[in-house]
Design a protein around this ligand. Structure first.
Ligand code: DHB
Ligand code: FE
Length: 280
């Protein structure tokens, strides 16, 4: 049985990749954001996960608007990144774990979810930037399973459906034959809107509610419709769905070990949160 040990959630703004490339971690604009990561790295060094389940939304690098799976799961032995047009560096190929990928795919399909299965999958800034933030200047010491959630092209799965999808993944991981230690890394959010009349919209009150609900009661987020989330959190604030899937995977009770909230980074209310699974 694989063991779910915790969930790290983080924003994934592309400009962070530029700041890493230009070594701006101590720059006054960036420091409050980058200061959120040493506590996560210390926890990872102690917790020593073998596999990271990455829950994120693809931004057009792998899936474009003409073909957009609601849920997609990677089952490749390794994953390449590529130029998305943001001008940020690509990273070395990242190792996958096809065995756990297929256990998850088979498990969720048996549980009445129907994800797209991807034996080749490009990973974008939503995966590469968190990897660079969590394991700077070294290859990530984890294999990954990418789980892509459509938060872009409507209609989207509801937050309630996303929570249930995560719970189905969590059950599949619990049934796995592997004895790997598994961390969930969910990326995106919090409130932001990149274009249109409300470009730059941020809602600290809604973000605070989401951060609290992630710890105590993720169903509180799942009660909002996607239209309500757009209204309260901006069009790209819907990336909270990735956090909700991740929290469903972690399941049960969780203890919050750390959070950092800083506005803005680019157009985004940036946040990191570390939850540790409470046994039982
Ligand atoms: C920004 C935020 C995102 O989540 C993203 O995917 C791209 C850009 C931003 O704030 O610039
Ligand atoms: Fe995004």
């Amino acid at each position: 049985m694989a063991e779910l040990i915790g969930q790290i959630s983080t924003s994934h703004v592309p400009a962070i990749g530029g700041a890493i490339a230009r070594k701006l971690q101590q720059d006054p604009y960036w420091k409050p954001f980058f200061d959120g990561f040493p506590p996560l790295r210390e926890w990872l060094d102690q917790a020593r996960p073998d596999i990271a389940l990455f829950v994120y939304n693809d931004h057009g690098l792998n899936f474009f608007l003409d073909k957009m799976p609601t849920f997609a799961i990677g089952a490749a032995p390794s994953y390449l990144s590529a130029d998305e047009g943001w001008g940020i560096p690509t990273i070395e190929p990242v190792k996958g774990d096809p065995a756990l990928s297929w256990e998850i795919i088979e498990g969720v399909i048996a549980d009445e979810f129907d994800p797209t299965t991807c034996q080749e999958m490009l990973i974008d800034h939503a995966v590469t930037i968190p990897l660079q933030l969590l394991w700077p200047d070294r290859p990530p010491p984890v294999r990954i399973v990418p789980i892509s959630i459509n938060t872009v092209q409507h209609p989207l799965a509801s937050a309630a459906r996303c929570l249930k999808f995560g719970q189905a993944i969590g059950r599949a991981v619990a049934r796995s034959e592997s004895d790997a230690r598994v961390v969930v890394i969910s990326t995106g959010g919090l409130s932001h809107q990149l274009d249109g009349e409300r470009a730059g919209f941020i809602n600290p009150e809604f973000d605070a509610m989401c951060l609290d609900a992630m710890v105590e009661d993720p169903a509180r987020i799942a009660r909002y419709s996607n239209h309500q989330i757009v209204e309260l959190s901006g069009t790209q604030g819907l990336e909270i769905l990735n956090w909700v899937v991740g929290r469903g995977i972690l399941g049960g009770s969780a203890r919050e070990l750390y959070r950092n909230y800083h506005i803005p980074i680019s157009n985004t209310a940036s946040a990191v949160q570390l939850l540790e699974r409470v046994a039982g």
